[in-house]
Design a protein around this ligand. Sequence first.
Ligand code: SF4
Ligand code: SF4
Length: 409
Amino acid sequence: MAFSSTPVRSEDLATCISCGLCLNDCPTYRVLGDEADSPRGRIQLIRTVIASPAAPSETTVEHLEACLVCRACETACPSGVPFGRIMEGAREVLRERQDGGALARTALDTVARPRRLALAARLADIGARLGLARLAARLLPGRLGWAASLAAPAEGPPFRGVDREDADVSVFAGCIMRESFGDTERATVRLLERDGHVVSVPEEQTCCGALHAHAGDGERARQLARYNIDAFSGSDGKIVVNAAGCGAHLKDYGHVLGDDPFWADRAKGFAARVRDVSEVVKPAPARTTRAIRVVYQDACHLAHGQRIRAQPRALLRAIEGVVLVDIEDAERCCGSAGIYNLTHPEISRELQQDKVRKIIEASPDVIVSANPGCILQVAAGLRAAGSRARVVHLARFLDDPDLAAAGDP
Ligand code: SF4
Ligand code: SF4
């Protein structure tokens, strides 16, 4: 049954008072320098789109599609504009009026289909291990070469958790995390067990639907949300997630299904149970065998989407031997942004290079982040710049800092 969950609400649009305080914090405005590529400009364009049933102009679509949905404007905004929700609604309106493009469609289809995703992850892993991805990155022109540069070997075998009835916490394993970040998933379970939790990984769960919502495929996003709510209905304990993009979206299921009378209450109940792993894991008195300089890279959907900044840093500082070093503009998007690095490679590369430059200035041994897209994007940028610093997920680093800091980048 089709219920529109993310219409552009006029009361949301009305919260923008056009003050412009968000402009300098918007990565695309900084890169493109056009008011129409700023939060204020995009809100104005969305008002125009909503006011008419006609198909929007190509230029309007370009400005709206160029948004990273990084939500940095929400942090900067004094008026509480729910920009992420507005943009998801606007993209859904765009998709109703015109197709979103073959590349985005293929990527979204792949993450929502476990078998297809497993195959794609396996191929990317083999390509990266055999050095084919690096070769392709050097030899292939344009978008293909750029896409190949992002491929990295998978972290060990895919993660297949255990569905347990006696658990007090459940883990949302995600789609890409499960296939390509197996070691991080296993580390997440170990950290929770170390704190005394009994952990379940419900078997029937699927992709959270965040990428679909960002791209305007609202119907698929709602289907996936309903599927996950059912999959986690066997208990009422916390649902722990280690991917920032998934976490922000899971916490928003109350809005995603807010207009669906059959699911709205269940969706709110589900969302209230969701926690990022850094909100649950307790600081542990660990000690590294040598001093490790760590840059913590804020994932947009953790910092701006969930307002989680202090907890990961506190967990890192609790480890004796970790030297946490700040970087300039730590909260600015690295350019990954879901499938944005595939659909907008030029802007993505510029943001990636800016991030990498600032990281290298801090001379870290390890970069710790909380989102798979950021990890791949920053690691690819560092490789291209000749850096040997490693990029790992927070859970993996907390689980064994020495091991996470060792090995090839
Ligand atoms: S979500 Fe990010 S890219 Fe989009 S308008 Fe806001 S700050 Fe700019
Ligand atoms: S989004 Fe917020 S900060 Fe930006 S112009 Fe509107 S009210 Fe001002």
